[in-house]
Design a protein around this ligand. Sequence first.
Ligand code: SF4
Length: 343
Amino acid sequence: MRHCTIPIFVPHLGCPCQCSFCNQKTITGVRPMTPIDAHRQIEAHLATIPRDTAVEIAFFGGSFTAIPRDEMVALLQVASPYIKSGRVASVRISTRPDAIDGDVLSLLASHGVKTIELGIQSTSDRVLYACRRGHTAEDCRRAAELIVSRGFTLGGQMMIGLPYSTLADEIKTARAIVAMGAKEARIYPTVVFSGTPLSEETASGDYMPLTVEEAVDRTVAPMEILLNADIKLLRIGLCENESLHAPGQVIGGAYHPALGELCYSSLYRKRMNTEISKLTLSEQSNLKISVAPGKLSMAIGQKRCNYTAIRDEFALASLKIVEDPALAGFAVRADLLSQEKGS
Ligand code: SF4
């Protein structure tokens, strides 16, 4: 069965504070959302979705469980008739760790919420404090435990390159997301938006954003940890929207329209190197690298960068990178060929 998510953005709704990096109005490109708006959007989406599709309504872009209770319930009630009629299978929300308790989880469960994405961002208290998150790493662990124990699917959102964050912090955060029992994750390399405290810290020199290249390098290790734990990586980098392209909105950091693709390419490069290093190459070897169907362009890389780098680094006579239906996910296999020529 096909799956489809109807995103309903509630920018900054419920947020008790302004996290230094966040500008949801630019990230989501939408204005505040009312239940009437949400209803209209759901109807408009459903009109285009075939009947034999498992549909999920997702409330993103704010702190859903920190929205004043009657407003939160009003939004959930927009989804309820669709759940009751079977037209929509489930609801997904994203929220902050310190806005999770037993009561709110009971309320969510009774309104068809099956998946909760937790904005963890980092499990370093130093980083959380520097970003003005207003909660601790212990809040993340406590909330995750409660969510998983109540039978919800947990999604963990983390960031790369936040103030004071190091690669070691980000590796620890990815490991913590695995240990929390998450089934899904999103990774957001930090982008500096105009009008945020982080933009002021950048202007004053107190914060140095990562470049796109640095962010790609830093993202691969957390990706490996999450993928090796069979956690579904739903997204790397921000969703494209017009606001991101408006002049002056993005003033620095890891913004690239194909950031996820760049990160997956880098992951493939690392995995290909690992597989090749297990082989005994002679001078001028012919090599075939196999990847799962649909992954060829990521494996080859933008402008064939992976292909060229591997061919040159290992001084290969020929290199083929091909799809193999026997492989799944981001698996890579490297085989030496006898006298065949590569493409
Ligand atoms: S990061 Fe989350 S909690 Fe912080 S301001 Fe943005 S939406 Fe609100």
